[in-house]
Ligand binder design. Structure first.
Ligand code: FES
Length: 212
């Protein structure tokens, strides 16, 4: 057994062997929010471990996915997944309807990190930006007609996006695009770059941050 002090309730509870913090809390009559019933899906049972985080067992796989998505600090734990081996002091973080609404909003945000965490993979993104004329129109038969853009500028933007891989960057733009926003963004200029399918070399700019 291990002593768990719950705040703001100021209650000390002896957690039984193999009992989660949530189980111990509910057994003691604490109104601990647990919207998904303890299945590591809602995060409403979250607590912050104020003392004794070293006594918490490592995160379960399900908890790890949520913690990655929501970028939890190591001290923030799901009570429904956490077991302890020694004394801890925790504070419940979802105490009223307002807290609950905030958490639900947070959980609705899509996160590529969450997908990666769930599948045990990491993701990176590459953005290519170009400025030029395109043709906008609808393609396809009536049932699955969709709006699209075509033209050399679209192909060029696509090639720039691909160039991120070899340039080890995430956001590259062409010189034509850079001239449109030169006063707005800080960039690193890349050495002249060969673009697949195009002759000659092109100036590409890595977007670093907006200018303040
Ligand atoms: S009760 Fe839903 S995540 Fe813990």
């Amino acid at each position: 057994m291990a002593r768990v002090r719950f705040l703001p309730d100021e209650l000390d509870v002896e957690a039984l062997a193999d009992e989660t913090l949530l189980d111990a809390s509910i057994r003691a009559g604490i109104p601990h929010t647990h919207a998904c019933g303890g299945n590591a899906r809602c995060s409403t049972c979250r607590v912050i471990v104020l003392e004794g985080v070293e006594n918490c067992a490592p995160r379960t796989g399900a908890e790890h996915a949520i913690a990655a998505h929501l970028q939890f600090d190591v001290q923030v734990q799901l009570a429904c997944q956490t077991r302890v081996t020694g004394p801890v002091t925790v504070r419940r973080l979802v105490l009223d309807e307002q807290d609950l609404a905030l958490v639900e909003d947070e959980m609705r945000k899509p996160g590529i990190e969450a997908v990666g965490a769930i599948h045990g993979k990491s993701f990176d993104i590459g953005i290519g930006l170009h400025y030029g004329e395109v043709i906008v129109g609808s393609v396809g038969a009536s049932a699955d007609k969709r709006r699209t853009v075509v033209g050399d500028a679209v192909n060029f933007a696509s090639r720039i996006e691909t160039a991120n891989k070899n340039a080890d960057t995430n956001f590259l733009m062409s010189e034509a695009a850079y001239l449109q926003v030169a006063n707005e963004v800080e960039v690193n200029q890349c050495p002249p770059w060969d673009i697949r399918g195009k002759t000659g070399s092109y100036n590409l700019f890595e977007v670093v941050r907006p200018k303040l």
